[in-house]
Unconditional design. Structure first.
Length: 60
């Protein structure tokens, strides 16, 4: 089985409950398409290298 890695950045204005819900939705989407999630890491809020949509940080 091939292994893939995915990382996404969540808008910093999203509250903690919203972040958890978004993470659960992404995980559900992946598993419904046959993926197996081996590990999940939350890096917390980090500064972006350059602004994206006028945001200077995001949750990784």
């Amino acid at each position: 089985m091939r292994k893939y890695e995915i990382m996404y950045i969540i808008n910093p204005t999203v509250l903690e409950e919203g972040r958890e819900e978004l993470i659960n939705q992404v995980n559900a989407l992946l598993t419904s398409n046959g993926a197996t999630i081996a590990k999940t890491e939350k890096w917390g809020e980090r500064k972006l290298a350059y602004p994206i949509d006028k945001k200077k940080s995001g949750f990784y």
